[in-house]
Design a protein. Structure first.
Length: 95
């Protein structure tokens, strides 16, 4: 079962960037990677888009103070991305 922190992180990265009218910078560009060939470039974009999703770039702040990523790793199983996010607090999230 997902922890409250994992649920909040998942909400951030699964929300398409620009889909929220009042918060157009909230979310990620991960939707752009759907149905694309999985290669090294895809893997790097996945990690980059995931990092970017946690920050409000206009104001230079985190969307959620408890969700500051330090490292992100990704693996693909049967075409499905599995991300492990290490936060600066040392907590690990598996999404």
């Amino acid at each position: 079962m997902a922890t409250p922190l994992e649920i909040r992180a998942k909400r951030i990265i699964e929300t398409p960037l620009g889909s929220r009218v009042m918060l157009p910078k909230f979310g990620s560009k991960l939707y752009e990677l759907i149905d694309k060939t999985v290669d090294d470039e895809h893997r790097l974009k996945f990690i980059s888009y995931t990092f970017q999703a946690f920050y409000d770039v206009d104001n230079g702040v985190l969307w959620d103070r408890e969700l500051e990523p330090q490292a992100i790793s990704v693996r693909f199983e049967g075409g499905v991305a599995k991300a492990n996010i290490t936060l600066v607090t040392g907590k690990e999230l598996a999404l």
